[in-house]
Structures are given as structure tokens and as C-alpha cells.
Design a protein around this ligand. Structure first.
Ligand SMILES: Cc1cc2nc3c(=O)[nH]c(=O)nc-3n(C[C@H](O)[C@H](O)[C@H](O)COP(=O)(O)O)c2cc1C
Length: 177
């Protein structure tokens, strides 16, 4: 059985997270398909799906939401894990630490993740911080980013991403024995 690692990205940092998750699973001896969300079809033939998206305006990108429909999860009984890549991750952020602490408390799960919960027993959902460059935020968003103490750069916490991926790998390996 193979694990599908899917991602939707606008500027590339979510693809980097997906590549890292895929590399960790591969190193654990797990067969992995890495696919952009728009290439994904039904989850047929996969025992595990790890799907994630960049966050724009609080939500997953349309490609990732559309991929959920095509996965046909009720028919393909696989374990599903989800991740979101935004300004504020569980352990790092591109915003000021104070704003990030507040946002962690009040930010709801994206609608797409809630949709996954209605269709499958979602194993886990985790927020990772991504990367942001000057020019990524359009007009007004750039002002809000500055007001929230935003700093341009790459805030991905590879240790946290690796730890999460190893948890997934551990569960896959355990279920196969
Ligand atoms: C148009 C736009 C909207 C965004 N909206 C949000 C948001 O609502 N919340 C948030 O935490 N980050 C937001 N971000 C930041 C991105 O989620 C973050 O930079 C992420 O790393 C982008 O992933 P990507 O490089 O895979 O596209 C936004 C970025 C852009 C460009």
C-alpha cells in the first residue's frame, strides 16, 4: 500500500512542507506518491492520505478543497491527516509572537478541514508556519501584515514538521504489522 502526500501552494512553501513529509515517510521505508492537489484523483489504492494547503484568507486554496471531493473518502477507507500552512504555525510564525499567541487561540480550523472531519475520522490536523516574501501580500493585506508585526522570511519549523511526519510514519508502520 502507498501513502499519498498532497499539497496546494501559491508561492511554494507548502510544497516544501509536503516534500519534507514525503522524504521523512520514504526514509521510514514507506512508499509515497507526492502530488499537487490539482493532480489528485480518488484515494483508491492508498491506505493513507496526507493532504495540506496554504491558507489564504483563513481558508484552504480552491485546488485543495476540490481535491477532497475527488478523493471520494467514504468509498476509500484510508487514514487521513491534514495540515495547513499559514502565517501562524503551532510552533513558529511570520507574525509577532504576541499576535501569533492570540491567533492560535482564536483561529478556527479551515472549512475544508471541517469538511474532512465530516467525511472521515481525521487522524490529526496541524498548522505550520510558512514563508512570505515582499509582494506576496496584495495591497491592504500588506498593511495588515505589517500591523501584526509581520516579518518577511521563511518561518517553517522543520523540527516540528519532521516530528509530525514521524508520527504519521509510526502509525502507518504499526498498522501494517
Ligand atoms: C493572498 C494571501 C492571503 C493570505 N491569507 C492568510 C490568512 O488568512 N492567514 C494567515 O495566517 N496567513 C495568510 N497568508 C500567508 C500564507 O498562508 C503563508 O505565507 C503561506 O506560507 C503561503 O504558502 P505557499 O508559499 O505555499 O503559498 C496569506 C498569503 C497571501 C499571499
Amino acid at each position: 500500500m502507498t501513502t499519498l502526500v498532497g499539497y496546494a501552494t501559491a508561492q511554494g512553501s507548502t510544497r516544501g512542507v509536503a516534500e519534507r513529509i514525503a522524504a521523512i515517510l520514504t526514509a521510514a521505508g514507506i512508499e509515497v506518491d507526492l502530488q499537487a492537489a490539482r493532480e489528485m484523483g480518488p484515494a483508491h489504492g492508498y491506505d493513507t492520505v496526507v493532504l495540506g494547503s496554504a491558507i489564504h484568507n483563513g481558508q484552504w486554496l480552491p485546488d485543495a478543497t476540490a481535491a477532497i471531493e475527488r478523493l471520494d473518502l467514504p468509498a476509500n477507507r484510508c487514514a487521513v491527516w491534514a495540515y495547513s500552512v499559514s502565517s501562524v504555525g503551532a510552533t513558529s510564525t511570520t507574525l509577532s509572537p504576541r499576535v501569533a499567541r492570540y491567533l492560535r487561540r482564536v483561529t478556527p480550523e479551515p472549512d475544508a478541514v471541517q469538511m474532512l472531519r465530516t467525511r472521515t475520522e481525521l487522524r490529526d490536523h496541524r498548522f505550520f508556519a510558512g514563508a512570505i516574501a515582499p509582494g506576496d501580500w496584495p495591497g491592504f493585506g500588506r498593511i495588515v501584515f505589517r500591523l501584526m508585526g509581520g516579518r518577511y522570511g521563511d518561518a517553517r519549523d522543520w523540527h516540528d514538521i519532521d516530528t509530525w511526519a514521524r508520527t504519521i510514519g509510526g502509525e502507518i508502520t504499526e498498522n501494517r504489522h
